[in-house]
Design a protein around this ligand. Structure first.
Ligand code: FDA
Length: 308
């Protein structure tokens, strides 16, 4: 792992810097490139604006690893409000939820009960609840919860999952999910993982991404390919063309503020694009992970900051 990436991942876990940054006006201003704002209203305004540009949205209320049951229920309440607001404002948006924010590390049963409530609310409002994937210590429990919930007739189609191409296990997981009929978002993976569980070389992560995208595209289920990597996108487009897979049968997904040019050009070409829009006061770890992916973003942010 390149040095700068490790530095930003280490900084993303630094509590002092986090609490300072989240409170400071400078920190908020820097983060606004990647984070929609602090409140639900900010997220809904951004979602409407992204919709007007011809793209769908998935909303992420930032926050990870809660420390009490009350906090987990408070985090879920924000998502319930989002689902109601999305329906009321007729937005083309769904939700992305982290199970650690729903109390997974306190009690898997608590997280499952909360996730069940969110998926059933999503189902009742003709919407969809995507469960984000976190680090590899949580892969199995996340899969188990999503598969169990999806197996309930009332929640079928209302809940989906994320698979990371850097994990060795992902092909087997995808085969299982396809057999269950579960919608998958494929990404490369954003956490620091040991060589025993994840490909250490980027070339292998990318090759696996292409292999897994083809598996997903070839299935009758509507999946999301989450990447800003033009090579991955070109491979998916060419596989779809060669196999007569209509662009309406899948979507590309990208993060808010990242490669906006590419987002727009895919829309112009007639592909479905969904933008992942995070919001909320706990933006610091998310923001640091975006810098870890591309340390050149620091220069970009500094330039914009001093220009403004
Ligand atoms: P890669 O990192 O190889 O980058 C390819 C190119 O994309 C770069 O050369 C650059 O041009 C551009 N790029 C990438 N990141 C950039 C950035 N931050 N700023 C500017 N340019 C950038 N991860 C996870 O573990 N669990 C999850 O649930 C999710 N969910 C998720 C949803 C969505 C919609 C997206 C797009 C991504 C995620 N991720 C995620 C994150 C994902 O695993 C991965 O870390 C990032 O998407 C970066 O990988 P890329 O595929 O973009 O390629």
């Amino acid at each position: 792992m390149p040095l700068l990436r490790s530095v930003f991942i280490a900084l993303s876990r630094n509590r002092l810097l986090r609490s300072f940054s989240e409170r400071s006006a400078v920190g908020r201003r820097m983060s606004s490139r990647f984070v929609a704002g602090m409140e639900i209203g900010d997220a809904l305004r951004v979602a409407a604006a992204v919709n007007r540009q011809g793209m769908a949205v998935t909303l992420d209320s930032l926050g990870e690893s809660v420390t009490s049951e009350v906090e987990a229920h408070m985090a879920a309440e924000i998502y319930h409000q989002l689902l109601d607001s999305i329906a009321a404002q007729k937005l083309n948006a769904n939700i992305s939820v982290k199970l650690t924010q729903m109390g997974l590390e306190l009690s898997p049963e608590l997280a499952e009960t909360i996730a069940e409530g969110l998926a059933s609310h999503a189902g009742a409002t003709a919407n969809f609840d995507r469960i984000d994937m976190e680090d590899s210590s949580l892969t199995q429990v996340t899969l188990d919860i999503v598969r169990r919930l999806h197996a309930r007739p009332a929640l079928r189609g209302a809940i989906g999952i994320v698979i990371q191409s850097y994990l060795y296990r992902s092909q087997a997981d995808i085969e299982q999910l396809l057999a269950d009929g579960i919608r998958v978002r494929l990404c490369k993976g954003a956490y620091k993982e040991p060589d025993e569980v994840a490909f250490p070389r980027k070339a292998d992560v990318d090759a696996n991404y292409v292999r897994l995208s083809c598996l997903l595209l070839d299935s009758p289920i509507y999946h999301g390919l989450a990447t800003h990597d033009e090579a991955m996108i070109a491979e998916a487009k060419s596989f779809a063309r060669q196999h007569g897979i209509d662009p309406s049968r899948f979507e590309f997904q990208m993060l808010y503020g990242v490669r906006r040019d590419l987002q727009r050009s895919l829309v112009r070409e007639g592909y479905n694009v969904r933008v992942y829009v995070p919001f909320g006061r706990e933006w610091y770890p998310y923001f640091m992970r975006r810098l870890a992916e591309r340390p050149a973003n620091v220069l970009f942010l500094m330039r914009n900051f001093f220009r403004a």
